[in-house]
Design a protein around this ligand. Structure first.
Ligand code: ZN
Length: 89
C-alpha cells in the first residue's frame, strides 16, 4: 500500500495510506484541521541526499568494500559471473 507523507503547517507531518497510486497527491487536506497540507517527498535514494550525507554514506561503505573478499569467499563465485555475463572480458 503506497503511503504519502504530508506536512501540515499547523499539525506537522503526517502519513496517509492510499489504496492505489492513482491521482495526483501533491496536496491533501489535513485530517485534523482540514487546511491544505503539502506532500513531503521522502527520498531513500542518494540523489536527493545532501552532499555531506552522501559522502558520509560513501565513507561508511568503504569498510564493506574491503570485506567483500570475505563475502565473496562465502558466496559461490558462479553467482557473480552468471548475473553479469556481459561484463566478462
Ligand atoms: Zn493540520
Amino acid at each position: 500500500m503506497p503511503s504519502y507523507t504530508f506536512r501540515c503547517k499547523d499539525c506537522g507531518e503526517f502519513t496517509l495510506f492510499f489504496k492505489s497510486m492513482s491521482g495526483n497527491k501533491e496536496t491533501i487536506k489535513c485530517p485534523d484541521c482540514s487546511i491544505e497540507a503539502k506532500r513531503v517527498f521522502l527520498a531513500p535514494n542518494l540523489q536527493s541526499l545532501s552532499k555531506e550525507l552522501s559522502s558520509r554514506i560513501e565513507k561508511g561503505m568503504e569498510p564493506q568494500r574491503m570485506t567483500r573478499k570475505e563475502l565473496g569467499a562465502k558466496t559461490p563465485k558462479k553467482k557473480a559471473t552468471v548475473n553479469r555475463p556481459w561484463q566478462v572480458g
